[in-house]
Design a protein around this ligand. Structure first.
Ligand code: FES
Ligand SMILES: [Fe+2]
Length: 423
């Protein structure tokens, strides 16, 4: 449970809110690189932290992220002409470069002093791992660029997609940090007791705060000799990292991979979920067929999206196409798609969950700790200090892992090497 005022501090992300100022202190994913495939291509609408923006790739190939409205009379720059290192408003022809300078003002007399005065709001960007990142906070507090291991993996071993989610980012992220639900919500083979996460449905959860957020483990009984341990990371302020490297037998998976999500607030009631994965076995790249299979399993394969959007066909409006017969006979939810199941629950809570009405249990430890760290970081920003995890250096070398640990063994030592980044 959370006090109502604390809930408000966490979920509101617009300019001027304490939660919004906090989120603006970190680099955030703005668009996928693939949404802006070529220089001088069509601009793309971006709503981020409740600000309406436009992204365009200029002639030099650099992505600009600017106010969606022209500073002259607020015309929509979405219709602008992307030409010769700038975006030209099609209302009266004013043109702006990626830094927001007005570089042409053809509707005014030549040499007008107005041109130097007019600025279009522009945010810095950098491109890494197939994602265009932006920093929307105060310039003097801008941290170095993001440097997670997934951004350094070679393109043959790396993948990223995104999905639209109709709820506040925090409840979506809480779904990601909540490891206990996987034995229930994601039980797609009712009655199968072999699946690792069905063998023990009440994992022991331990949380260890770090400089970047925390590391947490879930331990389940696997067989008489072993426990199955998953070690995850929560990286401030909105990322989770987990591993899928172990097959149910306890052997290494054929394509061991590490995945994660970044939950990026569009505004208070919507978010983008960036879904990334990378393989770490040099001999086991993520092939297009493998990627399509995992995306389809997650519920966002090529046939699952409304064409031309990042929205699922199975969505809140159609109750995620729940199949009650399937629910009776074979899967826990009757909803197809692993992450679609997550979304059904997260969106179904309403756009902003009222955390003052919850009853939390021991399986919610990771969520409770996340909220505490986030509130602490918001207070730090209010006090003029740097929030936890703002320097990418602190999360540069982390990696998640999962595997068998002989009973009585300590994963800290047994997994020590596996928990270090190698790309
Ligand atoms: S509104 Fe953009 S140039 Fe006039
Ligand atoms: Fe889930």
């Amino acid at each position: 449970m959370l006090k109502r005022e604390d809930n408000e501090r966490l979920v509101r992300v617009g300019p001027g809110t304490v939660g919004g100022e906090f989120m603006r202190r970190y680099w955030q994913p703005a668009v996928l690189s693939s949404e802006l495939p070529e220089p001088d291509g069509p601009p793309v609408r971006v709503r981020l932290l409740a600000e309406d923006l436009i992204a365009f790739r200029d002639t030099a190939g650099t992505v600009a992220l600017v106010d969606a409205y022209c500073p002259h009379r607020r015309a929509p720059l979405f219709y602008g002409r992307n030409e010769e290192c700038g975006l030209r408003c099609v209302y009266h022809g004013w043109k702006f470069d990626r830094a927001g300078n007005c570089v042409d003002m053809p509707s005014e007399p030549p040499g007008t002093p107005l041109q130097a005065k007019v600025k279009l709001r522009a945010y810095p960007t950098c491109e890494r791992g197939g994602v265009v990142w932006t920093y929307m906070g105060p310039e003097d507090k801008r941290p170095p660029e993001p440097d997670f291991e997934w951004l350094r993996a070679p393109p043959t071993h790396q993948f990223v997609s995104k999905t639209f989610e109709h709820c506040n980012y925090l409840q979506a992220m809480e779904g990601g940090l909540d490891t206990a639900h996987s034995s229930f919500l994601h039980d797609n083979r009712l009655g199968d007791t072999v699946a690792l996460r069905s063998r023990d449905r009440a994992p022991r959860i331990a949380v260890e705060p770090t400089d970047y957020g925390y590391r947490y483990s879930s331990t389940r009984s696997a067989d008489e000799a072993n426990e199955y341990v998953r070690v995850y990371h929560f990286v401030m302020p909105n990322q989770q990292i987990r591993a899928m490297t172990t097959a149910p037998s306890g052997e290494r998976a054929e394509v061991p991979k590490i995945d994660g999500h970044v939950w990026v607030p569009i505004d208070d009631e919507h978010c983008w979920v960036y879904n990334w994965a990378y393989g770490y076995d040099e001999n086991a790249p993520l092939t297009p067929a493998f990627i399509e299979a995992i995306e389809t399993f997650a519920g966002r394969g090529p046939d699952d999206l409304i064409p031309g959007t990042f929205k699922l066909k199975r969505n809140l409006e159609n109750d995620f196409m729940i199949d009650r017969e399937l629910q009776k006979t074979s899967t826990y939810t009757g909803i197809t798609g692993l992450n679609t199941q997550d979304m059904a629950l997260q969106e179904g809570m309403g756009p902003i969950v009222d955390r003052s009405r919850e009853f939390l249990g021991s399986s919610d430890r990771a969520i409770v700790t996340m909220r505490r760290l986030m509130l602490e970081a918001i207070r730090a920003v209010e006090a003029g200090d740097a929030p936890r995890g703002v320097n990418p250096e602190v999360a540069r070398d982390i990696r998640a892992h999962d595997g068998y640990v002989p009973r009585g063994g300590d994963w800290h030592t047994l997994f020590a090497d596996e928990l270090k980044a190698r790309w």
